[in-house]
Write a protein that binds this ligand. Structure first.
Ligand SMILES: *Cc1c(COP(=O)(O)O)cnc(C)c1O
Length: 429
C-alpha cells in the first residue's frame, strides 16, 4: 500500500513506467507470452516463478489496474474479473463448497441475491439472509458449524441501506469466518471497509469506477488480515495442498497477503475463465483516474436533488443516506463522512401510473437499467426489473409501486432539479 492520499492513488497508483516506457498503461493485447525454454515456462506453471504465460490467468494491463484498486482499498492483493457478478461468485466460491453455508445481508443487489439464493444453492451452498439492522444476537444465531463467510453491501443497491460494518465484522470473526463486502456504491473514495474490520472487498467496476457506462467489469481485493491457518479444517482449500495445482499449499507459499487471490486466480480463473478484457481494464483505469473528482460531484448533486424532493409535496417519500433525517443518516456519517453515493430513491404521489408518467417527462435523466454513470439515469422497478410482480409482491420485496431510482450524474444540480420540476409540473397539469 502506498502512503499517498486517495486522490494521488486514483491518478498514479498501480503503474510506474521506467525510463522511456509508455506514460499511459499499455494495453497488452496478447493472449500469450513467449519464453526461451520449456524449463522457464515450467517454473511459471508450478507457481515457482511469477510471470505471464496466458491471459486467461494473468495479463499485465489487468494486473496494473488491479494493483491500483488494491492500493485504493488498502489491501495486499487484488484481481480483476469480467463483471461484478463474477467477483462476488469467486469471492464466495473460493472458500465455500457443496455442503457449506454463508450468512448474507438480505439488503443486497438483486443479481447477487439471485446468484446466492438460486444458482449457488444449486451448487449445494446454503445461504441464510439476515436484516442489515439485525442485532448482534440475531446475527450470531444465523451461524452454523459449516458457515464459511459473511456477506453484505456497504451501501445496498437499490435499497440504500447502510451496513454496520464493525458489527458484522465482529460477529463474523467471533464465528471464525471472513467478512466479505461489496463496496460498489461507496467506492474506496467514500468508504474503506478494511479500516472497519472487513476482510475481503468486491466491486462491480461497471458502476462508479468505470463511471462512463463503457465497460462491464469486477474486482476482488484481499486485506491479507484474515488468518486462514487458525481454522485449517474450515478452509482446507487454502491450508492444505491443492492437488489440481502441483500440491501447492496457498497459505504456506504465498502467506496471508497473497493466498486468497492466488488461489482464486490459479483455480477459479483457470477453470471458469471470467477474465476482464485488457481493453476494458484500460477503460476502467481512465475512470479510476477521475473517480475522486466524480464521486464528490455525484454526492453533491444527489444531496441537492434529495433536498429538493423532500421539500416538494408531490413526492411521498425520499430515501438518501446523506439526507438529514434518513433512517441511515447517522450510520452513513460514521462510515462515509465525506458522502455516500449519487443514487436517490423516492416515491411519486399517485403511485405506479404517476411514477411512469413522471419519468417519461424527464429530459436529462434517461430511462436505463444502469446506475452510477456520469450521465443521470433513472429506473421505475415496478414497470421494468420487477414488472412481473403485482403491488403486494412488490411491497414484500421492499420495492413500492411508486419507487423511482434516480442516479444523479455529474451534470449541473440546478439543471437536474429544474428537469425534475418540469416533469412533475407536466404530470400534475
Ligand atoms: C451492478 C452490481 C453488481 C453486479 O455487477 P455487474 O458488473 O453488473 O456484473 C454487483 N453488486 C452491486 C452492488 C451492483 O450494483
Amino acid at each position: 500500500m502506498s502512503s499517498y492520499k486517495m486522490e494521488t492513488k486514483c491518478v498514479q497508483g498501480g503503474y510506474t513506467p521506467g525510463n522511456g516506457e509508455p506514460r499511459q498503461i499499455p494495453i497488452i493485447q496478447s493472449t500469450t507470452f513467449k519464453y526461451a525454454s520449456s524449463a522457464d515456462m515450467g517454473k511459471l506453471f508450478d507457481l515457482e516463478a511469477s510471470g505471464y504465460f496466458y491471459t486467461r490467468l494473468q495479463n499485465p494491463t489487468n494486473d496494473s489496474v488491479a494493483a491500483k484498486i488494491c492500493d485504493m482499498e488498502g489491501g495486499t492483493a487484488a484481481m480483476l474479473t469480467s463483471s461484478g457478478q463474477a467477483a462476488n461468485f469467486f469471492a464466495i466460491f473460493n472458500i465455500a463448497s457443496a455442503g457449506d453455508h454463508v450468512v448474507a445481508s438480505s439488503s443486497i443487489y438483486g443479481g447477487t441475491f439471485n446468484l446466492f439464493s438460486v444458482t449457488m444453492k444449486r451448487m449445494g451452498i446454503d445461504f441464510t439472509f439476515v436484516s442489515p439492522d439485525a442485532t448482534e444476537a440475531e446475527l450470531m444465531a444465523a451461524f452454523r458449524p459449516n458457515t464459511k463467510a459473511m456477506f453484505g453491501e456497504t451501501l445496498a443497491n437499490p435499497a440504500l441501506t447502510v451496513l454496520d460494518i464493525e458489527l458484522f465484522a465482529k460477529v463474523a470473526h467471533a464465528n471464525g469466518v471472513p467478512l466479505i463486502i461489496d463496496n460498489t456504491f461507496a467506492t474506496p473514495v467514500n468508504c474503506r471497509p478494511f479500516e472497519w474490520g472487513c476482510d475481503i472487498v468486491t466491486h462491480s467496476t461497471t458502476k462508479y469506477m468505470d463511471g462512463h457506462g463503457a465497460a462491464v467489469g469486477g474486482c476482488i481485493v484481499d486485506s491479507g488480515k484474515f488468518d486462514w491457518t487458525k481454522y485449517p479444517d474450515k478452509f482446507p482449500g487454502l491450508c492444505t495442498p491443492d492437488e489440481s495445482y502441483h500440491g501447492v499449499t496457498y497459505t504456506e507459499r504465498f502467506g496471508l497477503a497473497g493466498a486468497f487471490i492466488t488461489k482464486a486466480t490459479a483455480q477459479l480463473m483457470r477453470d471458469f475463465g471470467a477474465i476482464q478484457a485488457p481493453q476494458n481494464a484500460f477503460l476502467l483505469n481512465l475512470g479510476l483516474e477521475s473517480l475522486h473528482v466524480r464521486m464528490a460531484r455525484h454526492c453533491e448533486n444527489a444531496l441537492a436533488v434529495a433536498e429538493f424532493l423532500a421539500s416538494d409535496d408531490r413526492i411521498s417519500w425520499v430515501t438518501y443516506p446523506g439526507l438529514k433525517g434518513d433512517k441511515y443518516y447517522e450510520r452513513a456519517q460514521k462510515y462515509m463522512p465525506n458522502g455516500t453515493c449519487g443514487v436517490v430513491s423516492f416515491g411519486v404521489k399517485g403511485g405506479r401510473a404517476m411514477a411512469e408518467k413522471f419519468m417519461g417527462g424527464l429530459k436529462i435523466a434517461a430511462i436505463e437499467t444502469h446506475v452510477a454513470d456520469a450521465r443521470s439515469c433513472c429506473l421505475h422497478p415496478a414497470s421494468a426489473t420487477h414488472r412481473q410482480m403485482n403491488d403486494d409482491e412488490l411491497r414484500a420485496c421492499g420495492v413500492s409501486p411508486d419507487l423511482v431510482r434516480f442516479s444523479c450524474g455529474i451534470e449541473s444540480a440546478e439543471d437536474l432539479i429544474a428537469d425534475i420540476k418540469q416533469a412533475l409540473d407536466a404530470c400534475n397539469e
